[in-house]
Design a protein around this ligand. Structure first.
Ligand code: CDP
Length: 258
């Protein structure tokens, strides 16, 4: 991001991007809920060339015990990139980047989970990136949120996530790999559509105030599209059951902590 040069034409003479998209167009997004038998909840996301799995365990007793909060549950995300997920083999294990993404994902999800219902508990969220092509934190947060709902964890709403940014001087939504590598800026956003709250906002690179405002607006519009696809995935999963009662009526889905 910022500074790297390339011969790739990030915007052609017709205003189209490397993969033929318009600046307002997102990459294709597919979400499936409930893909793993052993987890309490799970989701699989394919977003462009990104492939991400999320699994949720809990609420369950928090270990180690000194981490327990007597008034609420901890939402603990572990984001991991598979060694084979990127062009150059990714060295296995946590690094600064994965720790940062784990932290911001945990914080974004903590805003929507009714953590006060589960004192001393932990809700563990695992995000595994199987294939990466820019935007994996947004794909991971989107998948994690569906996996939490699939696990029946009571939530105020889903978190939908999408980025916007700037490449070749053009503000655009949902940057692809080349745009991320050679573009000027990237703003990943996590959004709660029901309350219109922003629960994740980062910025990499430089933007003017107007570009930032335009980018944020594009990212939020992207989040709203992501939200529809998340809800469709949950609707399919629960078939006849209404999604609104699932995430809006915590009494019905509240789980007992062991
Ligand atoms: O994935 P996201 O855009 O949320 O995070 P990033 O740190 O901006 O990374 C952008 C992209 O760089 C990733 O999606 C990967 O495609 C790539 N990457 C990589 O090739 N090797 C890494 N160790 C980390 C990221």
């Amino acid at each position: 991001m910022g500074g790297m040069t390339t011969d790739i034409k990030l915007i052609d003479e017709n205003g189209r991007r490397v993969d033929g998209r318009t600046p307002e167009e997102m990459r294709p997004l597919k979400i499936e809920a409930g893909v793993l038998k052993r987890a309490d909840g799970s989701a699989y996301v394919e977003w462009g060339l990104n492939k991400v799995l999320a699994a949720v365990y809990g609420p369950r007793e928090c270990h180690p015990r000194h981490m327990q909060n007597p008034t609420r549950a901890l939402v603990q995300c572990k984001y991991n990139m598979a060694a084979f997920s990127v062009d150059d083999r990714k060295r296995p294990g946590p690094d600064r980047r994965s720790q940062e993404i784990s932290k911001i994902t945990s914080e974004a999800l903590s805003h929507v989970v009714f953590t006060e219902y589960f004192p001393r508990a932990s809700i563990d969220v695992y995000v595994e990136v199987l294939q990466a092509n820019a935007g994996t934190r947004c794909a991971g947060l989107t998948a994690a949120s569906v996996a939490l709902a699939d696990a029946g964890v009571p939530m105020r709403d889903l978190v939908a996530s999408c980025a916007a940014g700037k490449a070749a001087g053009v503000v655009m939504v949902d940057l692809g790999k080349e745009e991320d590598n050679f573009g000027e800026a990237d703003i990943p956003v996590g959004y709660v559509p029901r309350t219109k709250e922003i629960v994740l906002l980062q910025m990499d690179g430089d933007l003017t105030h107007d570009e930032y405002t335009k980018g944020l607006d594009m990212a939020i519009k992207g989040c709203e599209k992501v939200y529809d696809i998340q809800r469709d995935a949950l609707r399919r999963r629960y078939e006849a059951r209404s999604l609104d009662s699932e995430i809006g009526a915590p009494e019905g889905v509240q789980k007992e902590v062991a």
